[in-house]
Design a binder for this molecule. Structure first.
Ligand code: HEM
Length: 345
């Protein structure tokens, strides 16, 4: 993850036939972001938004995130049963990232559908191309709208950086919006979902965490290690012949790191296959490593902390509504998350 001989920029060029084609295709408009860039472009793009995502900035969002969480739980109050993904784990991070960026509430359902299709990649078959085109159209319209009517949001700030200081190109701007929205849509949902599932699958854990709330920070790190939301890294490409763990990788070969496999490394984690809510030495790779280490990690941690705190307080008797074996996991290699999590409230 930290090896500079593995390039991100080349990874996103693989499979494209001509440069001209690369520059004009809808997919290209969405692939000029920091997670597809090497230094110095990566450094420049990341710096433009890193101040907006520091732990301290995130802490200032706490009251609003608590309010959003309360509203979502209010909405299922009085019900006996609910799908916790659909009603809670999914809408919470989405609402936060949309407010942060300045995406109107009314558009969120469309966005969710495209986002799901896009991250499933080639598994989405014929639906992939139209979803990418719809997403590009949406993002371009959103930028145009904010350009005409700026607000106090991150997107308006980025447009200003583009228009007044010329520190990023128009494609980089739309790609940045795309990356932040996708990252905010597809990841934290699985931290809340998988963590709740792990606690309810073995209810004494749920009871223990309720009795000892001071364990919540280590418990969240353990959910990230044991059943992290992102199963593999994104693609990198070898820029020269190299050897990794005794395997020869040729220049041009793609490399994917299986983060959740590293997280079960018995040499690194004692009793690696055991979920321990109080594990203190926990250098997991759930947020990646190196220069592309997750920008949203402080936000994701804060959202998870608020979500679990309120969920345990409001629904002490929470339990799974089906057998754990009946739960369906989303397809694809990149993400590890449940389609739905039916619970008895
Ligand atoms: C629990 C939730 C999350 C997990 C597990 C997660 C995981 C990751 C991982 C593994 C990477 C590195 C991928 C690679 O190197 O191939 C990454 C990068 C990134 N994440 Fe997250 N993420 C989460 C939430 C978020 C959120 C909420 C945001 C922001 C809104 C975000 C924004 C980003 C960005 C912008 C990058 C690229 C950073 C760079 O290239 O320098 N993530 N994330």
């Amino acid at each position: 993850m930290a090896d500079p001989r593995l390039s991100k920029q080349s990874a996103f060029s693989v499979g494209s036939s001509a440069t001209a084609n690369r520059q004009s295709s809808p997919a290209a408009i969405l692939s000029r972001h920091m997670l597809a860039a090497d230094p110095p472009d990566h450094t420049r793009l990341r710096r433009l938004v890193s101040a907006a995502f520091t732990a301290r900035r995130m802490e200032s969002l706490r009251p609003r995130i608590e309010e959003i969480t309360r509203d979502l739980l209010d909405a299922i109050d009085g019900r006996d049963e609910a799908d916790l993904i659909d009603t809670f784990a999914f809408p919470l991070p989405i609402q936060v990232i949309c407010e942060l960026l300045g995406v109107p509430a009314a558009d969120r359902d469309d966005f969710r559908a495209w986002s799901n299709v896009i991250v499933a990649g080639s598994q989405s078959g014929d639906r992939l191309e139209p979803a990418i085109r719809a997403m590009v159209g949406y993002i371009l319209a959103l930028i145009a709208e904010r350009r005409a009517t700026p607000g106090p949001d991150l997107l308006s700030g980025l447009i200003q950086v583009r228009d007044e200081q010329d520190r990023l190109t128009e494609e980089e701007l739309s790609s940045m919006v795309f990356l932040l929205l996708i990252a905010g849509h597809e990841t934290t949902v699985n931290l809340i979902g998988n963590g709740t599932y792990l606690l309810l699958r073995d209810r004494p854990r749920w009871k223990r965490l309720r009795a000892e709330p001071s364990l919540l920070p280590t418990a969240i790190e353990e959910f990230l290690r044991y059943e992290g939301p992102v199963e593999t890294s994104t693609f990198r490409v070898a820029t020269e012949d190299l050897e990794i763990g005794g395997v020869t990788v040729r220049a041009g070969d793609p490399v994917v790191v299986v983060l959740l496999s590293a997280n079960r490394d018995g040499d690194r984690f004692p009793d690696a296959d055991e979920l321990r809510l109080d594990r203190t030495q926990n250098p997991h790779l759930a947020f990646g490593h190196g220069i592309h280490y997750c920008l949203g990690a402080p936000l994701a941690r804060l959202e998870a902390q608020i979500a679990f705190t309120q969920l345990m307080a409001r629904h002490p008797g929470l339990r799974l509504a089906v057998e754990p074996e009946a739960l369906r996991w989303r397809p694809g290699l990149l993400l590890r998350g449940l389609h739905e999590l039916p619970v008895l409230l």
